[in-house]
Design a protein around this ligand. Structure first.
Ligand code: MGD
Ligand code: MGD
Ligand code: SF4
Ligand code: MO
Length: 755
């Protein structure tokens, strides 16, 4: 019997759903994880990954001390040794005088990590380089660009108000596997069922009959990459049939006429062939969308990681606006995060808008967006000699070898780089190339608040989780590691006073807000605010500051009932601050103070879409991805219960294609693209559209020198060997990961896969 058995609560950091977990802790070990029934947002919901936190925590392969390269392997080192080594190796590169020789790649788990969200940007700034890359450009950058141009800030992304809508049109999203994205809400299954139970409809547009499509009222196959055509056709029908009715937001709209003109060439008949959806069905959807009492159009990764990603992302919100559903309850609404945010802070209703392309990448001249360059440029910036070549790469919670296009080129680039440093929990496909690996604490040893994902939540929710097990022995908190690296990058040497640095960070934040127009802190000094935050330090101090200056905050005494971190600490199941309310025009940050329905860069790009209508289809196959419930991009396949059972890294092929290509179910096939070839097991299924093959990403754990014993035994193949780094959505620079031309053949009759 355990001596002490306690219960702790923590928000799950693994995906965007932010479920509350109830943890049983016996003698300082977490022995059980269940859904927290009392959680104000998830009410007990959880998925099979949640309990995997125990396996992650106890995984013998997890990195627990700094590692320094030693021949082909690594040797454990102390933190001092590791930082000294980084400083020693970085110094000559830094002193050569070109800051762009340093590069940073930030991966997805940073979005779920309070330390990284607060201190990651400090590190990026300290590096002083234009070579900042993140997983955003293999994901949602098109939505950032469209939202930025339309509403004035990239984070102003309307979310479908699932709990009050009567009609949901979802494209390129499979929330029953992914648990939702750019729309933070636990238990999509329950929320979709509730729409149906109150007499509403769920319509899914996807080249696959996904799990979500299976529970929907209606599913239409669409040819990969044809969402913008389809959405434009809906817009065309709305205008053509007099169904446009933006309602109360009319006075805030610029560009309605321009939208009408742009849509004119995209009648349902004109796009039928390209989309693979019958004109009459498109018309029907447009009428139902317009006729629904409250409706929301929602597009996710399938609409972003494709050739027309920004156009599709834009059209989603054009439709929401034209049907009167933008900013209305039950429609597509702007979140209202308790910790504030760029569209909550400062002067409201008008702003500077967004500026794109403040600098360009060195090799192919890709423009910057929101401070970063497209990750499709990363390998070429490393492997192309010349002035400004990247000589040193830092990765923080990222696995670009598996997660970004042209894996072979990325692998070779990392092999050749002068210095690579990774903050990561595993020696994996990417970090095996590092010269120094710095570990990060397990989720049980760090506190949590979803600073990022609550920016996209369907309700205003606040939930803070303290570290369940206190600090992890031997592993520094990630914020201190990031600040030490910031100091090293800034030339302060390896012994960085992270407490003093942290004081500067928070002071900078406060002073920025004090300078702002419309400040909530009017009449206060930085000293007063700092002393009110005593004795907190590190991320908790910043979080407290953000909550208190947020829309529900106590504003340091101005509102006694207002939110503080102390109040949140007393509520382990979180605080629900209510459903979303209309926010127009206050949410806008465009220079015009209006919603720009037809921003100039987007209008210009519609020409490319128009031209694509004339493209003949050559009858070839195209590749798309497929998320699986028991995976998390590339990094949870070392959790035994998540990889147990049937092989999951398989290629879904339609029966008609299988027959034509001579492929049998469960046979091995070779899939080849312009960039490379992989071998996978075929699953013949009519759940995928004819002409389309679907392979999940995140696999291929068979590289040498990794420490992933479980994943290695379930290696699968890396689908990003096939993805082409030259294919991007031009407005956003986002990678095209869906709709990649491929050829497919039985392994025996195929050319051998090159090593
Ligand atoms: N073909 C194809 N490619 C895709 C996608 C697709 O749909 N199709 N999806 C894309 C999307 S949406 C995304 S977001 C990207 C993801 O791209 P990445 O973020 O580059 O890849 P992940 O697989 O999420 O890798 C996360 C890394 O973080 C480490 N890690 C986990 N937890 C922590 C932690 O707490 N601290 C630190 N420091 N490290 C940690 C893991 O070990 C792993 O190395 O992949 C993209 N790639
Ligand atoms: N279990 C699990 N959950 C996850 C992740 C994971 O790896 N595993 N990753 C997390 C991350 S980083 C993200 S960004 C989110 C993503 O969350 P979602 O956006 O819901 O991602 P997917 O489940 O990949 O669903 C995308 C759907 O788009 C379809 N699709 C592909 N191409 C096209 C196209 O051209 N048009 C249309 N209309 N559809 C297309 C695919 O068939 C697929 O069903 O999931 C998060 N949650
Ligand atoms: S749905 Fe997401 S947040 Fe919820 S338990 Fe699963 S992985 Fe965690
Ligand atoms: Mo993602």
């Amino acid at each position: 019997m355990a001596d002490t058995v306690t219960t702790a609560y923590r928000t799950c950091p693994l995906c965007e759903a932010t479920c509350g977990l109830e943890l049983t802790v016996e003698d300082a070990r977490v022995t059980r994880i269940r859904g927290d029934e009392a959680d104000v947002y998830s009410h007990g919901f959880l998925c099979p990954k949640g309990p995997g936190l125990i396996d992650l925590h106890e995984d013998p392969d997890r990195v627990r001390t700094p590692l320094i390269r030693d021949g082909d392997g690594f040797r454990p080192a102390s933190w001092d040794e590791a930082f000294t080594e980084i400083d020693r190796r970085l110094r000559p590169i830094r002193e050569a005088g070109d800051r762009n020789a340093l590069a940073l790649y930030l991966g997805n788990p940073n979005a779920h990590n309070m330390d990284a969200l607060i201190y990651g940007r400090v590190f990026a700034k300290a590096l002083g380089t234009q070579n900042i890359f993140t997983a955003t450009t293999v994901d949602q950058m098109p939505k950032y660009v469209s939202a930025g141009l339309m509403f004035g800030h990239q984070i102003s992304i309307p979310v479908p108000d699932l709990d009050r809508t009567q009609y949901l049109l979802a494209l390129g999203a499979n929330p029953l596997a992914s648990n939702g994205s750019l729309a933070t809400a636990p238990d999509w299954r329950g929320r979709l069922r509730a729409i149906q139970e109150r007499g509403g409809r769920v319509v899914v547009i996807d080249p696959r009959r996904s799990r979500t499509a299976t529970v929907a009222d209606e599913h239409h196959f669409i040819r990969p990459g044809a969402d913008a055509h389809f959405l434009f056709a809906l817009v065309q029908v709305l205008f053509d049939e007099g169904l446009v009715d933006p309602g109360p937001i009319t006075e805030h709209l610029n560009g309605v006429e321009a939208a009408e003109q742009l849509a004119a060439g995209f009648s349902p008949e004109a796009v039928e062939e390209t989309c693979g959806i019958a004109a009459e069905e498109v018309r029907q959807i447009a009428r139902e969308l317009a006729g629904a009492e409250r409706a929301a159009v929602y597009g996710r990764i399938g609409t972003c990681t494709q050739e027309f990603g920004t156009l599709a992302s834009w059209l989603v919100d054009v439709l929401n606006a034209l049907t009167g559903n933008l900013d209305r309850e039950g429609g597509a609404m702007f979140p209202y995060p308790a910790a504030g945010g760029p569209n909550v802070r400062g002067r409201s209703g008008r702003g500077k808008g967004v500026r794109l392309g403040r600098w360009q990448s060195r090799v192919r001249g890709e423009p910057e967006r929101f401070g970063e360059l497209p990750v499709v440029c990363l390998a070429e910036e490393i492997d192309t000699p010349g002035e400004g070549q990247v000589r040193s790469l830092f990765t923080v919670a990222g696995n670009p070898v598996v997660s970004t296009p042209n894996a072979a080129r990325m692998r070779a680039a990392l092999e050749g780089i002068e210095l690579m440093v990774s903050i990561d929990i595993y020696v994996n496909e990417t970090t095996r190339h590092a010269d120094v690996i710095l570990p990060a604490p397990s989720a049980f040893h760090r506190s949590h608040y979803d600073l990022g994902l609550y920016q996209l939540a369907l309700r205003s929710v606040a939930n803070y989780s303290p570290a369940v097990l206190g600090p992890e022995p031997e592993v520094q908190p990630e914020w201190r590691t990031l600040l030490t690296l910031s100091g090293i990058a800034a030339g302060q040497g390896p012994e960085v006073d992270t407490d003093a640095f942290d004081d500067l960070v928070i002071r900078g934040l406060i002073e920025r807000d004090l300078r702002g127009e419309d400040t909530l802190l009017a009449g206060k000094s930085a000293e007063e605010v700092l002393s009110a935050l005593e004795p907190r330090r590190g991320p908790e101090r910043t979080l407290d500051y953000m909550l208190r200056t947020g829309p529900f905050g106590d504003r340091f005494g101005a509102d006694r009932e207002g939110l503080t971190l102390t109040k949140l600490e007393e509520e382990p199941h979180g605080i629900d601050l209510g459903p979303l309310k209309p926010r127009l025009p206050e949410v806008l940050r465009t220079p015009s103070g209006k919603i720009e329905l037809a921003p100039e860069p987007i209008v210009a790009d519609t020409e490319r879409l128009r031209a694509s209508l004339k493209r003949g289809r050559n009858g070839g196959m195209v590749l798309i991805g497929r998320r699986q419930l028991r995976s998390n991009n590339s990094w949870m396949h070392n959790v035994p219960h998540l990889v147990r059972g049937k092989e999951r890294c398989t290629a879904h092929v339609h029966p008609s294609d299988a027959e034509r290509l001579g492929l049998e179910d469960e046979e091995r096939a070779q899939v080849r693209s312009a960039r490379g070839a992989i071998e996978v097991t075929v699953e013949v299924t009519d759940a995928v559209m004819a002409g389309v093959i679907s392979i999940p990403h995140g696999w291929g754990h068979d590289e040498p020198g990794m420490q992933l014993s479980v994943a290695g035994a379930h290696a699968g193949a890396n689908s990003n060997v096939l993805a082409d780094e030259s294919l991007v959505d031009p407005l956003s620079g986002n990678a095209v990961l869906n709709g990649i031309p491929v050829e497919l053949a039985p392994v025996e009759s195929a050319e051998p896969v090159p090593a």
